[in-house]
Write a protein that binds this ligand. Structure first.
Ligand code: NDP
Length: 259
């Protein structure tokens, strides 16, 4: 494919991959990118949720394929990347989004939860980067640009009590993104880290710590949480900017969330 991408809001001709697309931010982003014209490959573990999403996108005239994959499985992610390449062509827009947040006081020694966050938020993210970077670089050379958008968090910048391990995994994502931008920018791959504050999704439902749950629930009294489509619009905006424009770091907060 040799389509040069024009500087409009349209993502016609683009091939997008969204991880963690079975709920929340990933699901909303996949739908939004498809509505802007991108062909979308959606990845997550829950096949039924992905099938529903693909059916919705197709009903609205879009193109989508579902890939049931655990992104912590390196070989499975590579197989998924090969299928995207074979069926849609090289991916030129990767929204690396799958993640989990499990806050708890460090003295509770929840090593199981530390590991789950490290496995998904760091190793899973790296598996996806490893499998898709060759496609992004090839696509950028052929079509003029590609986007690697990593979903970090405001926790990469701010201090939230009991969120140490989650925040540290997200600091990894932000710092990694800055370095990858230095390497891949000259190859026309725009690298961005987005850093959202609180977004209402399933993320909070996995939290087992009562203190953290109470803090999150209590925040609803004063803060109108972001919604998944707020982030989806941001992802679409980043990818549809003129080719010369890269937003390396986008901090996106609920208006009333102080930090
Ligand atoms: P959700 O829990 O709704 O979404 C998480 C997604 O990740 C799901 O689609 C889930 O699908 C997928 N996922 C989980 N484990 C795996 C796995 N092993 N392999 C593949 N996919 C997996 O939460 P959000 O939409 O909020 O989270 C998306 C990202 O946004 C995360 O990285 C999160 O850290 C980040 N974020 C969220 C904020 C918030 O307040 N909600 C704020 C800042 C950042 P499945 O279970 O089907 O595999």
């Amino acid at each position: 494919m040799t389509t040069k991408i024009s500087a409009t809001d349209s993502l016609d001709g683009r091939v997008a991959v969204v991880t963690g697309a079975s709920s929340g931010i990933g699901e909303a982003s996949a739908e939004h990118l498809a509505s802007l014209g991108a062909k979308v490959a959606v990845l997550a573990r829950r096949a039924d949720r992905l099938d529903d999403l693909v059916a919705r996108i197709r009903k609205n005239g879009g193109t989508a394929m579902a890939l049931t994959v655990d992104v912590t499985d390196t070989a499975a992610v590579q197989t998924a990347a090969d299928r995207v390449q074979a069926e849609l062509g090289d991916a030129d827009l990767l929204f690396n989004n799958a993640g989990v947040m499990l806050p708890a006081p460090i003295e509770e020694l929840r090593a199981d939860q530390w590991q789950r966050q490290i496995d998904l938020n760091i190793s899973g993210l790296m598996n996806v980067i490893g499998a898709f970077t060759p496609q992004l670089v090839r696509a950028a050379a052929e079509r003029g640009v590609a986007d690697l958008i990593n979903n970090s968090s405001s926790a990469a910048q701010n201090l939230y009590p009991t969120f140490a391990v989650y925040a540290a995994t997200k600091a990894f994502v932000t710092h990694l993104s800055k370095h990858l931008r230095m390497e891949l920018g000259p190859k026309k791959v725009r690298v961005s880290a987005i850093e959202p504050g609180i977004v209402g999704t399933e993320l909070q439902s996995h939290v087992t710590d009562e203190g953290a749950t109470a803090w999150l629930e209590g925040s609803k009294e004063t803060i109108d949480w972001l919604q998944p489509h707020d982030i989806a619009r941001t992802v679409g905006f980043i990818a549809s900017l003129p080719l010369r424009v890269n937003l390396p770091q986008v901090f996106i907060m609920p208006t009333a969330q102080p930090s």
